[in-house]
Design a protein around this ligand. Structure first.
Ligand code: DGL
Length: 355
């Protein structure tokens, strides 16, 4: 009799544990990890190779399996969307990824999305999604500066932090975020400022918050349009408009600008010196391109600050646009989305003030 009672007690205890595990699993957010490649999926020959490695080698299921702590923060599933180094991204990759994200955010069983990505163009993809995905669900883009095979690799903790933020209801409605190096940054603000250090990603107006040992600490929200407040929508976009970037410098010539226009560019981002300055000899060239219908958008090769309208250049007179605080690579993304959405010069300038 006593034996039966003991077995009964053990069965009851096991049932309780199972029930609590099932309840926890049911309570846990469902986060989908969309893998695209990059260093976070990279592999080097030796543990000392923190900068010499091949990107885009490790598949998403191996990335997830390599971090058992993920199961404590969310119910995680993975999809391998691409397996490429991010310098090889194209507009078509952006559109395909955007369409997959748009489909997933409409799924009531999905609570958050993480995109693993190479760091080279990570800020461009994050900003693109920030403009075209209509959802307040957390969308987090994450990468790493060292491959998982390296001593003091940063990818595993970055991915754990990214999934933790994506599973956090407090992260809703903040726009697309980038989580790396314990920091939570806004997609529209952050950029890769250093090419081989783990603290590469910096937002000139400051991070949104930090994540430390699984707890998120929030310090600000974005005062710009994004996601649910955006006028753009991936579901209404067929493709991105062709927009190119011309880097300016002493002795700059018209060759690149005219070649871009001849190739069909709808806009050229002028990555100008200083405050988006234009060399005297280039003013008639850019005005001529503007007259032919190529939008001229003045950004700057300088990392910080923002390009002032009608300061050193009479933008009103020339019909030029200023990119405000967006760097050339982000200005290209906004122009490509806006022009593809039918925006003219006036609407485009308004968009650069608003997003
Ligand atoms: N090839 C670069 C990329 O995929 C590696 C840089 C990285 O992912 O950190 O963006």
């Amino acid at each position: 009799m006593l034996g039966r009672l003991n077995i009964g007690k053990h069965l009851a205890a096991a049932a309780l544990v199972l029930a609590s595990q099932l309840a926890t699993a049911a309570d846990r957010a469902h986060v989908v990890v969309l893998a695209t490649g990059g260093t976070i999926a990279g592999a080097g020959a030796e543990a000392a190779n923190s900068a010499t490695y091949q990107a885009a080698k490790v598949p998403v299921d191996k990335l997830i399996a390599g971090i058992p702590e993920l199961a404590k923060v969310a119910d995680v599933s993975g999809e391998q969307v691409f397996q490429i180094a991010s310098e090889s991204f194209t507009n078509n990759n952006l559109m395909a990824l955007g369409r997959r994200v748009s489909a997933l955010v409409k799924d009531s069983k999905v609570d958050g999305i993480v995109i693993t990505h190479g760091t080279d163009t990570l800020e461009e993809t994050a900003f693109f999604l920030n403009l075209v995905i209509h959802s307040d669900k957390p969308i987090v883009v994450v990468g790493s500066m060292r491959p998982g095979t390296a001593i003091s690799a940063d990818g595993a903790l970055n991915l754990l932090d990214a999934v933790t933020v994506a599973a956090n209801p407090q992260a809703r409605g903040r726009g697309v975020m980038v989580v790396m190096n314990d920091q939570i940054d806004a997609a529209r603000d952050v950029s890769k400022t250093i090419n081989i250090k783990t603290n590469a990603f910096v937002s000139q107006w400051g991070a949104l918050g930090m994540i430390v040992e699984g707890k998120s600490y929030w310090f600000r929200k974005i005062d710009k349009k994004h996601t649910l407040t955006s006028d753009f929508d991936i579901d209404r976009l067929k493709e991105l408009a062709p927009v190119e970037i011309a880097y300016s410098y002493g002795n700059v010539s018209k060759t690149a600008y005219e070649a871009f226009a001849a190739s069909g560019a709808k806009a050229i981002i002028h990555a100008g010196t200083g405050n988006g300055s234009v060399a005297d000899r280039m003013v008639p060239v850019l005005r001529g391109l503007q007259d032919k219908g190529v939008q001229i958008i003045r950004s700057a090769r300088v990392w910080g600050g923002f390009v002032l309208r009608n300061a050193e250049q009479p933008d009103d007179k020339y019909g030029w646009i200023v990119a405000h605080d967006l760097n050339p690579q982000k200005a290209r993304i906004l122009a490509a989305v806006a022009i593809a959405s039918g925006y003219d010069a006036a609407a485009l300038q308004k968009a650069f003030w608003e997003y």
